[in-house]
Design a protein around this ligand. Sequence first.
Ligand code: GLU
Length: 452
Amino acid sequence: MADTATVRFAPSPTGPPHLGNVRTALFNWLLARATGGRFILRIDDTDRKRYDAESERQMLDLLRWLGLDWDEGPDVGGPHAPYRQSERLELYHQAVERLVADGRAYRPAEEPEIVRLRTPRRGTLTFHDLIRGDVTFRYDRLPEDIVLIKSDGFPTYHLATVVDDHAMGITHVLRGEEWIPSTPLHILMFEALGWPPPLFVHLPLVTDRSGQKLKKRDPAFLASTYRQGGYLPEALINYLALLGWHPGTEEEVFTPPELVERFSLERISKSPSAFDGERLRWFNRQHIARLAEERLLQETLPLIRAAYPQAGQYDRAWLARLVRLVRDELSTLNDVVPAVRFAFVPAERPDQFTPEAWEALHSEQASPVLRAFREALLTVRPAEPLHSAEMLRDLRKRFREAEGWGGRTVMFPIRAALTGSVTGPHLSDIVDLLGREECLRRVERALAIIGQ
Ligand code: GLU
């Protein structure tokens, strides 16, 4: 990999964090970690009209949740403190005074409180993007004499960025493609100030599936939608890393450390990447499936306890067994809530059964099957093990031999009676988990529903 990189993620706290922010933060973090470099968090808050303290808090909280740790930043400090641009005004004014003294910037007579950069009007400027190659701009197409200091005394984004990227020793600027038009202006300023510019990498646009740029406030683009929606940070990171970067293998599911190991600038793509919520869901499922059990419990038990207060009556080992039974069904952590419902809320009313289960319960075979199952449960003494797998196997065999009924015909009414559904974990696991008494209660209830 390249030399040690010093990079920054420089959000403007003007709205709730979205996936575009996360992707930019992630690529910077990956480059820093892959090269043993530094990841700086800087708050670009010079737009005082749009500044929103709550967005800043949300951004830091989100980065922490994602595990994108920073080496320097507003909370942890560092050698280039402070890390909020609003606290660095002195530096911007010093740079501007130099530019004015050198004749590269001026205060317009009609608006003496602002400062403008003198931009050439003829010729072209070319800068090198590590991914896109040379990018050339005609000066006459650039905005003329851009503002450096606004009438409120605050610097513009352009000035503050250039001053800070230099002061903080930034080696690589990785940012969204929408910033490409700003880059020639920054290059002009680096040059006017006599500072070497950093290397530039512009990340491809994130679009929706029809190729439209994603809107900042679209709920499908907001990071909070996924955090609250039961997505794992590692799934979001995995998916977003592949949105604009290619690992160079067929493999796709990576943990953050695996991504760090494989990351390289060369495999960042130029073309826009379409965000696909279904793919993200697929990645989440993969990461949930790979989660260590302890972590899965940490993530899911609070959801279960919040949804079913009666879960408090069970010990952790029992709850762990329950979660283990349904883990294959989870695309999101939140899916655990409907998946474990059967354990806490027995189906009693018609609307608590799925239509298939309701039908199975009202089949001709349901009553003899449920009676036989009740019989089998009653022959086990309360403290003895149920041997439910054998018990169910015997029931199937008996009805196949005596009546010629298939496995489902026999199992579906039992499933329906125990869970209100005909799908879900292995039936014997359900029987074991619920235990003899609860199974008996539910079978009685089901027999009562069908009037037997
Ligand atoms: N504050 C800018 C933003 O909101 C940073 C752009 C850059 O990386 O230069 O994205």
